[in-house]
Design a protein around this ligand. Structure first.
Ligand code: PLP
Length: 371
């Protein structure tokens, strides 16, 4: 039994639907392949599901963060606090505006941006906070919003991996002033291509994001550019495919959560033997990825490889230690917990279409390693 970490059959069950939609959009009389009625419908459905007023589809999660940062008006001289252990767009979206990403350390267990480390870094230049949900766990949004309010900062919620997750009754994406989802194929609501969504309750921010995603145009007056924007438009075929896939989304999330429940129960006894599993439960969990923290990570990885179980190491180098962001890493600063989780995280498969026998085999294999 070979279990890849990145399966090659993620969309297999939707193959015929995809081909039908490709034909439908391709032969549609209106010949509109971007930002058409299907995109508009996906925006309405996404806003309703996230319980926000506005959703604006864009070219990717990265594109969404770029738009959010620009819409907020972040520019040269401004600072935005981002997690030191994360996907690089949290930092590049800020640096690309000529502003400074300021790296906060993360929680050593949940791996999300740590509120105390965040608050310490606030200066008079700070404009925004950008907490990100990571792997299985939503960021501490109540704490982030509290810090944001206390200091008059905008909160940009990187919910790229956590569409569909709910914390204390509020969906991910709806916590921040702006939230961003990603449709990159392996994300919770991934697709067969690139895409993303910016969500917000703020009508003015939504208007700005909508304008910026299409070269600063207002959608009515072609070639009238109100602002210097970007090309971050969304594809009609993928909008149609996401509308189709939305029907099974809740079930896929539930299946992921059940696999996670099972893993977490199986791994609980290993806590004192060098394996830390994500915290149990459903509140504020997303299970896009199931990441263990393991002291003997390379050995466990080799053991799983031997058993033909794929695994994956995310972000082996924290952002401020990357060559690209060296100039934003203050002399003498350190992010010990980001370094630690970079050195210890190991993700095991959690795809919704994994069978029970496969899930059991993966859990057995991990447990055997510690016996
Ligand atoms: C994937 C991801 C992004 C970027 O999304 P893309 O659609 O790949 O551009 C941003 N932030 C986090 C935390 C992510 O995991």
């Amino acid at each position: 039994m070979t279990i890849p970490f990145f399966p090659d059959d993620l969309f297999e069950a939707d193959r015929q639907a995809f081909l039908d939609l490709l034909y439908e959009v391709g032969t549609d009389e209106e010949q509109k392949f971007i930002l058409g009625r299907r995109t508009a419908q996906l925006e309405r459905e996404t806003a309703a599901a996230a319980r926000v007023e506005h959703a604006v589809a864009c070219s990717s999660g990265t594109g969404g963060l770029n738009l959010a940062v620009q819409a907020v008006g972040v520019g040269p001289g401004d600072e935005v606090i981002v997690p030191a252990f994360c996907c690089q767009p949290v930092a590049s979206s800020v640096a690309n505006r000529g502003a400074t990403p300021v790296f906060a350390d993360v929680d050593p267990h949940t791996m999300v941006m740590d509120p105390a480390s965040t608050e310490e870094l606030i200066t008079e230049r700070t404009r925004a906070l950008m907490p990100a949900h990571v792997f299985s766990i939503m960021a501490d949004m109540p704490a982030m919003n509290k810090i944001g309010r206390a200091h008059g900062l905008t909160v940009i919620e990187d919910a790229a991996v956590a569409q569909g997750a709910v914390l204390d009754g509020t969906p991910s994406g709806a916590w921040g002033d702006l939230g961003v989802f990603s449709y990159f194929q392996v994300k919770a609501f991934g697709t067969a291509g690139e895409g993303g969504m910016v969500v917000t309750d703020d009508a003015e921010l939504a208007r700005r994001v909508r304008m910026l995603r299409n070269h600063g145009q207002d959608g009515v007056n072609r070639f009238l550019h109100h602002d210097i924007g970007q090309n971050s438009r969304f594809d009609e075929i993928l909008a149609a495919f996401q509308l189709h896939r939305a029907a099974g989304f809740a079930d896929r999330l539930e299946r992921r959560a059940r696999i996670a429940d099972y893993y977490t129960e199986r791994f609980a006894p290993l806590a004192d033997r060098g394996l830390v599993a994500p915290p149990a439960g459903r509140n504020g969990r997303c299970y896009y990825v199931y990441s263990l923290l393991v002291e003997r990570r390379e050995d466990l990885r080799a053991w799983l490889t031997e058993k033909q179980i794929g695994s994956h190491i995310y972000y082996p180098v924290p952002l401020p230690l990357q060559p690209a962001f060296a100039k934003y890493a203050p002399e003498g600063a350190d992010w010990p917990r980001a370094r630690q989780v970079s050195a210890r995280n190991l993700a095991i498969p959690i795809w919704p279409h994994l069978g029970d026998a496969q899930v059991e085999f993966i859990a057995d294999s991990v447990c055997e390693f510690f016996d």
